[in-house]
Design a protein around this ligand. Structure first.
Ligand SMILES: *Cc1c(COP(=O)(O)O)cnc(C)c1O
Length: 396
């Protein structure tokens, strides 16, 4: 049996823990550093010229606190080369894109991209002479028709933000590989436990660790894990941009990671129970949860994913923004706020039609995105039942 054969919960407990760094302390302590002192100039020069990976050199390059977390994330992705940490998920996305794109290039982005990813494509990338072209997230192998001479990267996010379209990652990766195009996946929803992306052939897999890795809604952090042969250009871009994550934040993220399997499993199970209940409700037109048949790409979810997390959306039957607001504003257990992956449930209104360009988003009514945390799902169902009654009364 190798480490790769261990079950997820076991791997999460062991990943990245190195006794030579911690002298037996269970959690790697917070090593804070900017300056690191050398014994003499010869040693300073030697460390500066050699590969500085896992050598104390300067604070920006990290300490065992950050290395331990980064190594743990690498160990969770079979076949991966290495991981780097970023001050947010968005910083991880933008740095990875800058690592692989140059002026004159084109990048293909799914129309269901996380909105700040889109803002970067339409903003800074455009300013640098890089074209961002949006594609239907369900395009699959048909993406070959969009790949031209200038296409250097395909970005994926599966399932998509707000609307949860599941992408045919293997088909898109096959098209990219045949053409020497780099693939980058925002894998925040599934993470390495439910979708080991490097093993699926993706070149860079990106997480907003602010979600389930941290798990307690109190730290911003991102990561990029590089596939075989992909690390060096990511490292160069990361160092040139001065990207780093603080040791205090890395400590908290590593602490969260240890319990991620059990939190993810509970949040996912409660989320599915609530999604299935919503499907039976007359006020609800559709539930966009990858594990349910209404969700576009559900068959791909069954083929490729090992589980579902607790984040999904539902479409209301008729009604306007005011009726949706009546539903959400009165909820007792769901907070109104961004992000997700913590212990507490959240609900937000979302309007995908505002940002889509590759296709139109059409729905029977307004959309609500739910994140299901660790409360008892029956309490959450009762809360939503009262909310749907407020919605129906306001809709008339
Ligand atoms: C939250 C999120 C991000 C951004 O991460 P931050 O840590 O908030 O910067 C990126 N992608 C997806 C899918 C997200 O949900």
């Amino acid at each position: 049996m190798s480490e790769q054969d261990d079950k997820d919960a076991t791997r999460l407990v062991q990943a990245g823990r190195r006794p030579e760094w911690t002298q037996g302390i269970v959690n790697p302590p917070v090593w804070r550093a900017s300056t690191i002192l050398y014994d003499n100039i010869a040693e300073m020069r030697a460390r500066g010229s050699a590969d500085t990976h896992h050598k104390l050199y300067y604070g920006r390059r990290g300490t065992p606190t950050q290395w331990s977390l980064a190594d743990a994330l690498t160990e969770l992705e079979p076949g991966a080369e290495a991981t780097l940490l970023y001050p947010s998920g968005v910083a991880a996305i933008t740095t990875a894109l800058l690592a692989v794109l140059s002026p004159g290039d084109e990048v293909l982005l799914p129309d269901s991209s996380y909105e700040p990813t889109r803002a970067f494509g339409n903003g800074m990338l455009k300013r640098m002479g890089i074209t961002a072209t949006y594609y239907d997230p369900l395009i699959g192998g048909g993406i070959a028709g969009l790949c031209g001479e200038r296409t250097k990267a395909i970005f994926l996010e599966s399932p998509g933000s707000l609307t949860f379209e599941v992408q045919d990652v293997p088909a898109i990766v096959a098209v990219a590989k045949a053409r020497g195009i780099t693939t980058l996946l925002d894998n925040t929803w599934a993470g390495p436990l439910f979708f080991p992306a490097i093993a699926q052939g993706v070149d860079y897999t990106i997480l907003s660790c602010s979600k389930y890795v941290v798990g307690h809604s109190d730290v911003m952090m991102g990561s990029v894990t590089a596939g075989p042969g992909q690390y060096e250009r990511l490292r160069a871009a990361t160092y040139q941009l001065g990207m780093c994550a603080s040791p205090d934040d890395a400590y908290l993220a590593a602490r969260g990671l240890r319990t991620m399997e059990v939190r993810l499993r509970q949040s996912g199970a409660s989320g599915l129970k609530i999604a299935q209940w919503l499907r039976t409700r007359p006020e609800v037109a559709r539930v966009l949860h990858p594990a349910l048949p209404d969700c576009p790409g559900h068959d791909l979810f069954l083929r490729d994913f090992r589980g579902a997390c607790g984040l999904f959306s539902f479409v209301l039957h008729g009604g306007d923004d005011a009726a949706r607001t009546a539903l959400i504003d009165g909820l007792r257990h769901f907070g109104i706020g961004f992000s997700w992956g913590g212990y507490e449930s959240l609900a937000i209104p979302a309007d995908p039609q505002r940002i889509r360009t590759a296709g139109r988003w059409q729905a029977e009514g307004p959309l609500v995105r739910l994140y299901v945390g660790l409360e008892d799902p029956d309490d959450l169902i009762a809360d939503l039942e009262a909310g749907l009654a407020r919605f129906a009364a306001a809709r008339g």
